[in-house]
Ligand binder design. Structure first.
Ligand code: G4P
Length: 538
């Protein structure tokens, strides 16, 4: 008789719950625009049967648009709600791919999305190498020790020498790499890849929509290799010898703690190298991991539901004011129509239409598990970083604001509507569109953003959603820094001397306004007891 019959109901329940967690993979694909993120996502969805044909994911991408055409970008972002999370089943795994905006003006959205994933795949264009946005995004991943797999794409085109490319990636991204596959030729001479991980040879056929089959080659010294790749066999053997001598052996633990990154080569457009990437990813990547709350570390297999809001998406249609709050489930089982505790508001909330994201479709879900993302319709209760729980008082950390890069004064352009303006600004800031600072002495409000586009978005949305008009005025500001100190006297002294350059953020924390790199550096040198922080989490 099977031992299952000796288990109590609660033990069986726990086993099923545990299985649900371990079969989940929640990750993001990140890249500089045009490296092939959308194409790779699409191929992964094809494997999972989540879409039927190539081209189905194109709507997810923000097409290159002139900065002034921000309405078009917002419209596309609206469409992208459905593709914010793409869930599908594959070989018994439940996979959640979290979409990250390609437009650099929405970089902060991407940073926040990275707080909700357990690992990432970085796509790099073999010809272009490491590009600026990849650098920024990987930096955030490294700060959070997120396990990273690198996929070098577009091998069907002439690109950089793979060894040079690896040097560049290690150098610019400050990563330690270990290749798990290796290209044979490139561009018109691209013959395929040798998979070091499963010791298979994969031969390239362009424009093939079906995934390739591997040919087992345990030993590349096998003379038959020449039959498949001709004179490239010698080069491959030399390359592999060099790799063995120079690069560390793959250790899954080092990958999981973010210190070693496996590297794959392929061509997403040709569906080449993608299935191996996915299969290896599923073998080595982490199932949902716990999260640090202010009070304690929470493990995913704890029975009580907890989760946090990492993204809020407003409906652009003025007739439908609702917003969707995206909640990453950290622990326990989320159930529909069950009252949960909104910690910041100290209120119970019940959700009758919680939304799951499967195969690019939104559907009402009855239950969800750690690693899943649930979309909650919201009329203004949530802000980014909010925690929900079954009752325990917890505050999840890890949704930092970054010091903005562009600043303007915001003024009320319609004195009759000052309440509307205040409410509108408050809600837009809660959504994470921008950051608001108030000058300590002047009392003037300053909006800080990562991209220029947000200023127009804010002005438009204030008018159309809140009936408020605002006007911007220039401000000479280089950077803001949150300031704290253990030395109260030093802090007070600094605040008195620099009062004209002080502001408070929305949470009432002190912020130093530096008008130039020189001002900032001088202040940092002159006041060593003051800590200057450029992200809001310290
Ligand atoms: P992104 O989401 O990272 O911005 O990139 P996306 O997948 O949209 O790919 C950018 C361009 O690169 C697309 O071409 C896409 O077809 C192409 N591409 C992606 N993977 C490969 C590959 O393995 N080999 C080659 N040769 N090209 C690849 P496009 O002309 O901009 O768009 P489209 O007209 O093909 O849609």
């Amino acid at each position: 008789m099977s031992s299952v019959f000796h288990l109590s109901l609660s033990e069986i329940f726990f086993m099923l719950f545990h299985d649900e967690i371990t079969r989940r993979r929640t990750f993001a694909i990140i890249s500089h625009p045009d490296a092939g993120k959308t194409t790779l996502t699409e191929k992964l969805l094809l494997f999972g049967g989540a879409i039927q044909e190539a081209g189905a994911v194109k709507s997810n991408k923000i097409v290159k648009t002139a900065t002034s055409d921000w309405m078009e970008i917002e419209r596309q972002r609206g469409i992208s709600v459905a593709t914010s999370v793409m869930g599908f089943e594959y070989k018994g795994f439940k996979i959640n791919i979290l979409d990250t905006p390609g437009h650099q003006d929405f970089a902060e959205d991407t940073y926040r999305t990275l707080t909700a994933v357990d690992s990432v795949i970085v796509v790099i264009d073999a010809a272009k190498g490491v590009e600026p946005q990849t650098e920024k995004l990987v930096k955030v991943c490294r700060m959070r020790q997120i396990p990273i797999i690198v996929f070098v794409n577009k091998l069907d085109r002439p690109g950089k020498d793979p060894f040079d490319l690896m040097d560049e990636i290690e150098d610019k991204l400050d990563l330690m790499l270990t290749p798990l596959s290796w290209p044979i030729g490139m561009g018109t001479d691209f013959k395929g890849v040798y998979n070091i991980f499963d010791r298979n040879l994969y031969l390239f056929e362009p424009n093939k929509q079906k995934a390739e089959k591997g040919i087992a080659f345990n030993d590349v010294q096998n003379p038959f290799l020449v039959q498949y790749i001709g004179s490239d066999a010698g080069i491959l053997r030399d390359d592999l010898q060099l790799i063995e001598g120079v690069y560390p052996e793959f250790e899954v633990d080092e990958y999981l703690n973010g210190t070693l990154c496996p590297l794959f080569f392929g061509s997403a457009l040709n569906n080449f190298g993608v299935r191996e990437l996915l299969d290896c990813f599923l073998r080595i990547s982490p199932s949902p991991v716990g999260r640090q709350a202010l009070e304690r570390f929470v493990q995913p297999n704890e029975p009580s539901f907890t989760g946090f809001v990492f993204k809020i998406h407003a409906n652009m249609d003025p007739n439908h004011r609702d917003r969707i709050a995206f909640v990453r489930i950290v622990s326990g089982r989320f159930e529909r129509n069950t009252p949960y505790h909104h910690i910041r508001l100290n209120r119970k909330l019940k959700f009758s239409n919680p939304t799951g994201f499967m195969a690019q479709r939104k559907t009402i879900v009855e239950e969800m598990f750690p690693g899943d993302i649930v979309g909650l319709y919201d009329s203004g209760n949530f802000k980014i970083g909010d925690t929900l729980s079954a009752g325990e008082i917890l505050h999840y950390k890890g949704i930092p604001h970054f010091s903005p890069e562009l600043f303007r004064y915001v003024e009320n352009a319609d004195p009759m509507k000052s309440k509307q303006l205040a409410k509108g600004l408050d809600q837009l800031m809660d959504e994470g569109v921008a950051q608001l600072f108030t000058g300590k002495i002047s009392g003037r409000k300053i909006i800080g953003t990562v991209g220029a586009l947000q200023f127009e978005v804010i002005q438009y949305r204030l008018l159309h959603e809140y009936g408020a008009s605002c006007r911007y005025e220039p401000i000479n500001l280089y950077k803001t820094a949150w300031i704290i100190s253990d030395n109260k006297a030093a802090l007070d002294d600094f605040k008195t001397r620099k009062s004209a350059q002080l502001a408070v953020d929305k949470e009432g924390r002190d912020v130093f306004l530096a008008d130039s790199p020189y001002t900032l550096q001088t202040a940092m040198d002159k006041y060593p007891d003051i800590n200057f922080h450029f992200t809001s989490e310290f």
